[in-house]
Design a protein around this ligand. Structure first.
Ligand SMILES: *[C@@H]1O[C@H](CO)[C@@H](O)[C@H](O)[C@H]1NC(C)=O
Ligand SMILES: *[C@@H]1O[C@H](CO)[C@@H](O)[C@H](O)[C@H]1NC(C)=O
Ligand SMILES: *[C@@H]1O[C@H](CO)[C@@H](O)[C@H](O)[C@H]1NC(C)=O
Ligand SMILES: *[C@@H]1O[C@H](CO)[C@@H](O)[C@H](O)[C@H]1NC(C)=O
Ligand SMILES: *[C@@H]1O[C@H](CO)[C@@H](O)[C@H](O)[C@H]1NC(C)=O
Ligand SMILES: *[C@@H]1O[C@H](CO)[C@@H](O)[C@H](O)[C@H]1NC(C)=O
Ligand SMILES: *[C@@H]1O[C@H](CO)[C@@H](O)[C@H](O)[C@H]1NC(C)=O
Ligand SMILES: *[C@@H]1O[C@H](CO)[C@@H](O)[C@H](O)[C@H]1NC(C)=O
Length: 489
C-alpha cells in the first residue's frame, strides 16, 4: 500500500529555519481563521511589485494620462492579489486529513510509525526521546491540525499538516505549546500514565524547560479528557501547573483545530538512553518532593539515636488481587529480620488509601521497598537513587504473563534503583486447563500470594545487610552533595 510522505522522517534541509513563535501560556485562545496573515503578506508582495513597476515606468515615456496609468497599475496589483489568493485557496483546499488510527497497521500498532498518525515518522537523535514537533524542519514549517471528537473509534478522528498561511477552511488556531500524547493503554493506571508522561518530561528538559499550555490525550486515536489523580498531580508537580486537558468545547466535529506549536509522543521512553532516563526520573522525583514540601536532601542525613544511618524497609501492601494471603505472617517475617539489624526501621503501608503526597513522602523515607507485583510499585522511582526493591508474584505469572511482568525491573533500571529479585509463589488457585494454557491467566492474574518463611527471611537478611553496608560507607564519606533545587527551576 502507498504510504507516507517519507520526507518527514528526519530534518533533512538544514537551511530551512523554523519560524520562531512568541512563547505563550494561554489556557485556550481561539481565533477564528481566515488567514489575516496571508492577506497582509499578499498586499505587501503586490505592493512591492507595484512600487517596482513605478520605478520602472520612470524610465519609460510619460504616458498621456497619469490617471489612466494609475488605474492600469492598480488593475495589475489587483490581478496579482487575486492570483495569489486563488493559489492560497488551492493550498487550503489541498490540506488532506487522514485517520488518526490507521487500521492497516492494527497488527503493528506499536511498531515503527505505529498505527497512530501512521504517515509520520518520528525525529530521533541517538539516545534521545522519539518525538514529532510542528512546525519544524521535518514538517517543512507546517503546523499540526486535528479534527474530530470521537471517543469510541479513533479511525473517525483525523490529522493533517498545513502551512500557517493556508490553514484548512474554518480552522481554529490554538496558541501556545500543545502536548499530544498517544497511549496504548490508559491515563488512570499509574504505570501506564507515567510511561506516557516521561517522554514529554525528557523533551521539556531538552527544550529550555518549556511547559505546555494544553494536553491532548489519545488512546487508540480516541480522545480522553481525564488523567487519574496520581498522574494529574505528578504532571502538575513536574510542569509547575495543573494540566489543562483540551476537550475542544465549542468546536464542531468537522471543524479543524490547528496548533501554533505541537509536540507528539507515541513511543513512551523508547529510544532514550539510560542517562536520559535517569535524568528524566531525577527531575520528576525532585519536582514531586518539592511540590509535596519534602526535603530534597535525600536520606543520607537520617540517623537513629546511636548516630547510625537508618535503614528503612517498607512493606507496601495491596488489597484484593495480588495481596498477601496472610499479611500478619509476612509482616512477622520481615519484622524479625529488621529487628536483627541496628538502625533498621520497618513500615507497613497500604497503596489503596494514600494521597499522592503521602506516597511521595513514604518513598522518600524508604530504602527497601517490599511489595507484590502491581501498579503501586511504580512509586519506586520516588525513592532516593540506589534504593532497593523486592517483588512478589502469585502462581502462574512466569509462564503466562508475558514480557509486561518485567516492567518493574525496567523502571528500577531506568530510574537508578536496584531490583533485588522476585519471589514467585509455587502454590495458588487451581486452573482446570493445562498450566501453560492462556485461559489460566484470567485465574492467576488476580491470585493471592502466600509466603515461604525460610526464603523470605534469608532474602530480607541479605538485602538488609547489603543496604546497611552501603549506607554506612556513604555516611562515612558524606560527600555533602546537598541539592537545594531541581533542574528546570
Ligand atoms: C465553514 O463554515 C461555514 C459556516 O459554519 C459552513 O457553511 C461551511 O460549510 C464550512 N466550510 C467547510 C469547508 O467546512
Ligand atoms: C457547530 O454546528 C452547529 C450546528 O451545526 C452550529 O449551530 C454551531 O454554531 C457550530 N459551532 C461552531 C463553533 O462552528
Ligand atoms: C506546601 O507548603 C505551601 C506553603 O506552606 C502550602 O501552600 C502548600 O499547600 C503545601 N503543599 C502541600 C502539598 O502540602
Ligand atoms: C497466618 O500465619 C500465622 C503464622 O504462620 C498463623 O498463625 C495464622 O494462623 C495464619 N492466618 C491465617 C488466616 O491463615
Ligand atoms: C488503608 O487501607 C487498609 C487496607 O484496606 C486499612 O487496613 C487501613 O486501616 C486504611 N488506612 C486508613 C488510614 O484508612
Ligand atoms: C549509586 O551507586 C553507585 C555504585 O555504587 C554509585 O556510583 C553512585 O554514586 C550511587 N548514586 C547515588 C545517588 O548515591
Ligand atoms: C522455601 O524456601 C526454601 C529456601 O529457598 C526452599 O528450600 C524450600 O523448598 C521452600 N519451601 C517451599 C514449601 O516451597
Ligand atoms: C569514599 O571515598 C573514597 C575516597 O574519597 C572513595 O575511594 C570511595 O569510592 C568512596 N566511597 C563511596 C561509597 O562513595
Amino acid at each position: 500500500m502507498a504510504k507516507s510522505p517519507p520526507e518527514l522522517s528526519r530534518p533533512t534541509n538544514p537551511t530551512l529555519k523554523r519560524p520562531s513563535y512568541a512563547k505563550q501560556r494561554t489556557t485556550m485562545s481561539f481565533s477564528s481563521f481566515y488567514s489575516p496573515r496571508l492577506s497582509i503578506f499578499l498586499l505587501a508582495l503586490c505592493g512591492a511589485l507595484f512600487t517596482f513597476y513605478n520605478i520602472q515606468s520612470l524610465h519609460a515615456p510619460v504616458p498621456s494620462s497619469p490617471s489612466w496609468s494609475l488605474m492600469h497599475q492598480w488593475e495589475r496589483v489587483s490581478n496579482c492579489i487575486q492570483e495569489f489568493k486563488s493559489m492560497a485557496e488551492k493550498l487550503q483546499q489541498a490540506v488532506t486529513f487522514l485517520p488518526l488510527k490507521d487500521l492497516r497497521y492494527a497488527d503493528k500498532a506499536l511498531q515503527g510509525h505505529t498505527w497512530f498518525m501512521s504517515s509520520m515518522y518520528d525525529t530521533h537523535e541517538e539516545g534521545e526521546v522519539q518525538y514529532q514537533q510542528f512546525p519544524s524542519e521535518a514538517s517543512k514549517g507546517r503546523l499540526l491540525c486535528l479534527k474530530g471528537k470521537e471517543t469510541h473509534d479513533g479511525s473517525w478522528n483525523s490529522y493533517a499538516l498545513a502551512w500557517p498561511e493556508a490553514l484548512p477552511i474554518n480552522a481554529t488556531l490554538l496558541k501556545g505549546l500543545t502536548f499530544v500524547s498517544y497511549n496504548h493503554y490508559n491515563y488512570d493506571n499509574i504505570w501506564h500514565g507515567l510511561s506516557a508522561m516521561v517522554p514529554f518530561v525528557a523533551w521539556h528538559i531538552r527544550n529550555g524547560c518549556e511547559s505546555p499550555s494544553r494536553w491532548i490525550l489519545y488512546h487508540w486515536g480516541e480522545l480522553r479528557f481525564k488523567m487519574g489523580p496520581w498522574l494529574r498531580t505528578l504532571t502538575e508537580a513536574t510542569f509547575g501547573g495543573a494540566p489543562y486537558i483540551e476537550s475542544f468545547e465549542g468546536v464542531n466535529d468537522s471543524q479543524p483545530v490547528c496548533f501554533e506549536k505541537a509536540v507528539v509522543m507515541r513511543h513512551n521512553e523508547g529510544g532514550m538512553s539510560r542517562d536520559r532516563r535517569i535524568e528524566t526520573y531525577d527531575l520528576i522525583r525532585c519536582k514531586a518532593r518539592f511540590y509535596c514540601n519534602l526535603s530534597l536532601e535525600g536520606r543520607i542525613d537520617e540517623v537513629n539515636k546511636q548516630g547510625l544511618p537508618v535503614t528503612s524497609m517498607t512493606l507496601f501492601m495491596r488489597t484484593g488481587p495480588r495481596s498477601f494471603k496472610n499479611e500478619s505472617a509476612v509482616i512477622g517475617i520481615f519484622e524479625k529480620e529488621c529487628a536483627k539489624i541496628d538502625g533498621c526501621r520497618l513500615m507497613v503501608a497500604y497503596s489503596n488509601n494514600l494521597t499522592f503526597c503521602e506516597q511521595v513522602k513514604l518513598m522518600s523515607l524508604t530504602d527497601i521497598l517490599v511489595s507484590p507485583h502491581g501498579a503501586q510499585l511504580t512509586n519506586m522511582f520516588l525513592m532516593d537513587k540506589n534504593s532497593s526493591v523486592m517483588e512478589f508474584f502469585p502462581k502462574g505469572w512466569l509462564k503466562l504473563a508475558g514480557v509486561g511482568q518485567y516492567v518493574f525491573q525496567w523502571i528500577a533500571s531506568w530510574s537508578g534503583m536496584r531490583h533485588q529479585g522476585e519471589w514467585r509463589d509455587p502454590d495458588g488457585d487451581e486452573c482446570p486447563y493445562a498450566e501453560d494454557d492462556r485461559r489460566c491467566m484470567s485465574i492467576y492474574k488476580s491470585g493471592k500470594i502466600g509466603f515461604n518463611e525460610t526464603y523470605f527471611g534469608e532474602w530480607a537478611k541479605n538485602v538488609l545487610n547489603e543496604v546497611k553496608a552501603r549506607k554506612l560507607k556513604e555516611a562515612a564519606n558524606k560527600s555533602s552533595a546537598s541539592t537545594s533545587g531541581c533542574a528546570c527551576d
